[in-house]
Ligand binder design. Sequence first.
Ligand SMILES: C[S@@+](CC[C@H](N)C(=O)[O-])C[C@H]1O[C@@H](n2cnc3c(N)ncnc32)[C@H](O)[C@@H]1O
Length: 539
Amino acid sequence: MNHHGEHDHGRTPQGPGGHRRADAGDDRRDARGRQRSASRSRGERSGSRQAPGRRAKRTDPARTAAFDVLREVDESDAYANLVLPPLLADRRIRGRDAGFATELTYGTLRMRGRYDAVLADCVDRPLTELDAGVLDVLRLGAHQLLGMRVPAHAAVSETVALARANVGAGPAQFVNAVLRRVSEASLDEWLARIEAGAPDALTGLAAVESHPLWVVRSLREALAGHGRDPGEIGDLLAADNAPPRVTLVARPGLVDVSDDGAWHDADLVPGRWAPTALVLDGSDPGGVPAVRDGRAGVQDEGSQLVTLALAGVTLDGASSDAGQELSTSRPERWLDLCAGPGGKAALLAALAARQGATLVANEVQPHRARLVERALDAVPEGVVEEVRTGDGREVGTDEPGAYDRVLVDAPCTGLGALRRRPESRWRRTPADLATLTGLQRELLASALDAVRPGGVVAYVTCSPVLAETQLVVTDVLRKRDDVERLDTPWAVRSVLRRGPDGTTPDLPLPAGAAARDDVQLWPHVHGTDAMHLTLLRKR
Ligand SMILES: C[S@@+](CC[C@H](N)C(=O)[O-])C[C@H]1O[C@@H](n2cnc3c(N)ncnc32)[C@H](O)[C@@H]1O
């Protein structure tokens, strides 16, 4: 422990002098994030776990916390980012210890595929035959050796102690032997070995960049389908392994960037694309007053852009009561069909307030509808007509032509937001796609029925997968002749941040033969989640 009562975890100090063996992660060609992985659901319990209180006296609390979160993620399908913070608070793990536990947990979960490929080379039987707890200990050890600045001797001895306390003395000896083998090569040597041993290049890339092979295939196909070079797949996977910076949205009309009191002493710089985006440097968004009271929120810049684009597009004809003459114009009515937990609804409501429109927010899950209500707390009275719990598939039939703008932020695989949830890539299966794409079609069809002639629907996913994006839109439009595609790239470009000289940043989108009328953002190109937007107008 150091003099603050914190463990130093055997970490070598950072900096050019910190050279040591078996932690080639030092050169960090992907220093921002190839240190993360995720656990596999195996449904087994380690038989010899001991009570946390007893263990904590003998092992490093940060490593124990990481182990416990990994087991919880595996056994209960929990989300690590929901389990870890309260666990650290409960156990009073703070400061550097908390930082170490966080990096160890998320890194191990995210880079699980890579470490499993390394471990498979060091274990003389299939990893699936190992006790799930033992495998998690091995992954934690591999991450310390290959992805963190922990010297080999400390990584091995501390992880063996963790094994002894949690999975028993016998398995601890096994862990010791395996981790010694892992420590015999550097990260780069291991990656070269994995690539050389893979049956083909894509399988090797999937293991090195720690993604399931089916996800890699889907993403590569998505790159090509959205007009990009499929050879970018390596960059895309690497970007998925880099934890994103925290981006805030300053909800227009509710808070101003220049309002010092709203931001306290947060270190903020403007986002790259959206005029509403602020990038928070290294502090906790929970400490920002405007975030606490709902005038701002944490929101990916891609999510902000697609929402701004829907609000900014020009409609055909004045809004009117359904079935009435256009002359009886009324304020615009906007609908967020799939609103939970409410990030886009809150931005839409702020924009609606400025444009004299009103918003209905719909969400099928009651507890998520409550989150939407909370997200809309700071919106001026009279703007939000209703937060409703209901099936979005029924709105088109129940309220035909009732809305001027409709957002369909469809439930999706989330394969465009893998940077955010370290374990999510291991949870999804190809079978999810079949279920989701049916629902996506029905929701989009309902939205098109719910919008008035001349009104606009935004079809949005945080997945670039073709089956969830282009194919859904094409399929729904094939069955109707009352909808036209808008120039979505133009709509997005027209809401980009403007510099003092009125110029906007150059948003890279496919041009020439690859040009498209929808917009697909990418982490490795735009630094956003891989959000998809198609804007459609009802004729
Ligand atoms: C991608 S999330 C929406 C995120 C949200 N727009 C935001 O920015 O916070 C999709 C949401 O759709 C909801 N959903 C799923 N099926 C639905 C349905 N049939 N009708 C309405 N909402 C549905 C899910 O519960 C989930 O909250």
